[in-house]
Design a protein around this ligand. Structure first.
Ligand SMILES: [Zn+2]
Ligand SMILES: [Zn+2]
Length: 328
């Protein structure tokens, strides 16, 4: 059974026909950013924040990832080249096939690498990735500002109506409180827009350096309310079957059309397209819930996790508990 010509089936249709899905539906707002010139009173990506002068602008104190280059000694370079030459000669003597390194040569090369991740064979430098503090804690940059009026249903702490997500545009390996996460170190500020006053920071400080793809271009938003359903991994088994079959019968893929809707999003359900479902639990024991999804590409021009999605999870028991970051 196909939907009427050209129509993509909607989560609401699925819920209408299979009421068991109703209990799993979450409201979401698709943020739909496009290049523009937002003001401080607009919800925006990469735009100016509504920020009182009395509040210090936050800086990054988490260690960041640095690639260290270490020149090999002349002797080690010669030993490496000799081992390489012997390997090639043995292969030639056999008339081709695989490169086989003797145990002794492998030991030599392992000693020379000394635990580094890569070797630059043009400059003969070992390349090692290490975590170390920024020389000077750099200012965070504005990434996403949302007024509650634009994202109905998204929880805010009592007395606040403005969410501001900022991050340090550098790579960090498992920054404090973020196990198994590599990427920009992000934080959220909730505030009352009415209490922001008129004395505001108009030109926030900028970091001296930023990684390509971690600085969003200013965009205005065109919020659109939506109903979102869980990815099949998060559905009860019998409903997963039903969901996939129903989607197929309607000429659509379940994921990204009916469940875990794509793009910049507030609320809704996350996709687990790179890893299997990864439960994220708050220190208080509660299973954390998707709050925001930031997408790569499009007008904001982000590139997170090899053109992936950066997702912010919050605690449903208390939104002020520390957030968790995850990239897919
Ligand atoms: Zn940093
Ligand atoms: Zn919690």
């Amino acid at each position: 059974m196909k939907s009427p010509a050209g129509d993509t089936p909607s989560p609401q249709e699925l819920i209408g026909q299979v009421p068991e899905f109703a209990g799993l539906a979450r409201s979401a707002t698709l943020l739909r950013p496009s290049a523009g010139a937002p003001g401080p009173h607009d919800s925006s990506v990469g735009g100016p924040f509504l920020w009182p002068s009395a509040d210090p602008w936050p800086v990054c104190r988490a260690p960041r990832l640095v690639r260290r280059r270490e020149k090999l000694s002349d002797r080690d370079r010669e030993l490496w080249q000799e081992a390489d030459r012997r390997t090639k000669e043995r292969r030639q003597a056999r008339g081709g096939g695989a490169y086989e390194v003797t145990e002794e040569d492998a030991r030599t090369q392992e000693r020379i690498m000394a635990g580094a991740g890569a070797l630059d064979m043009v400059t003969w430098e070992r390349i090692r990735t290490v975590s170390e503090p920024h020389d000077t804690p750099p200012p965070l940059i504005p990434v996403l500002q949302l007024f509650s009026r634009d994202v109905p249903g998204l929880p805010f702490p009592p007395g606040t109506d403005l969410l501001q997500l900022m991050w340090c545009p550098d790579d960090h390996a498992e920054p404090p409180g973020q196990p198994r996460y590599w990427g920009p170190d992000a934080g959220i500020m909730f505030r009352s827009s009415a209490a922001a006053g008129t004395d505001r920071i108009l030109e926030p400080p900028r970091p001296d350096e930023a990684k390509d793809g971690y600085v969003p271009a200013p965009c205005v938003l065109d919020p659109l309310g939506a109903v979102d359903l869980p990815e099949e991994d998060e559905l009860p088994e019998e409903l997963a079957e039903t969901a996939l079959t129903w989607a197929e019968d309607h000429g659509a893929d379940y994921a990204r059309t009916l469940g875990c809707l794509p793009g910049w999003k507030a609320g809704g359900w996350p996709s687990w397209h790179l890893t299997d479902f990864v439960p994220l639990d708050c220190a208080c024991g509660a299973r954390m819930r998707l709050h925001l999804t930031l997408d790569s590409g499009g007008d904001p021009g982000l590139n997170v996790g090899r053109f992936g999605e950066l997702r912010v999870f919050v605690c449903p028991s208390d939104i002020t508990h520390p957030l968790r970051l995850n990239i897919q």
